[in-house]
Design a protein. Sequence first.
Length: 327
Amino acid sequence: MARNFPLPEDEILDDDVLAHGRGYVKRYLSGLGQTGYLNREAYRSWYDFLFEIAISSFKWEGLPPEIDPRFIEHALLTRGLGGFFALGRGTQMWGFAAATPVGNLNLYYNPNRIMLQSPNGGIPWYRHAYYFIKGDIMYEPDAVLCWNSLSRRSFVPTIRYYARRLAHFDRTIDVNVMAQQTPFVVQTTKDTQRDAQNAMMQILGHSQTITVNEKFGDFTGISVLPTTAPYVADKLNIDKGKILDDYLGMVGVDNTNTEKRERVSDREASSNNEQIMLIRNSRLRCREEFCQKVAIMTDGDYTPTVKYAAPYRQEGTVDMGRGADVR
């Protein structure tokens, strides 16, 4: 059946849909498959957008040239923890990899022995982030840990949560807009079902003319049921913007300008500013401590610095977030 299923000439399908074959296209065009595909696309688009904001938050300078700062942020966001270390003990070839604690935590819930794993596989490296004793000798740490935030958690679950919520709003807006385009439902019999479907496809395709056969032209066994769907897409868009603002605040991005100033009281603006500064401090503090320890481990050969890629300023004040220089 799937092999003989004809592709409609007036339907524009993405390559991702066509790549699955005619059987998948048939299910897609039936409605359920299309809904699932659009739901996944909405979620994937929002996930990529939110991840892009998070991974672009910081600007690194002074790292060893063999270390990619973009990978540092990727490891911290996805794994919550990464480590700086010498690829070979006693060498000056430095590397950074996602880290996993090995063994028990100490009194302050800090891991000492860690496993560092390359994303492309291979033999992992085992290092120590603090002083350790081997035999009767105390050794200095041979790795520096960097956490994503003071909570020491991956940021991916948060990105997924907000991506799902934003995707739900987008798809609800799509349904509401489509309801304005089709303010009625056609009820028909099996004899005229195909003709009714073809007519509806032409209507949805904004066709200037509708071609039907004589049986369908008599409207035998066909009735039209009106749908009551008030236009609420504009209100949903406002609510969607509030959810996006919540996410931006969790990343440390200023979002007080997304609403008109007269609608935001001084108390609300101050509260929002404090939340943003606390979040920025949580993420930046971990990275600054990492930079200080890297400078010590490399005996001052490398003194990396990190700051927010975008400054955070209140009107009439100086930079509040140790962000990028504004010239």
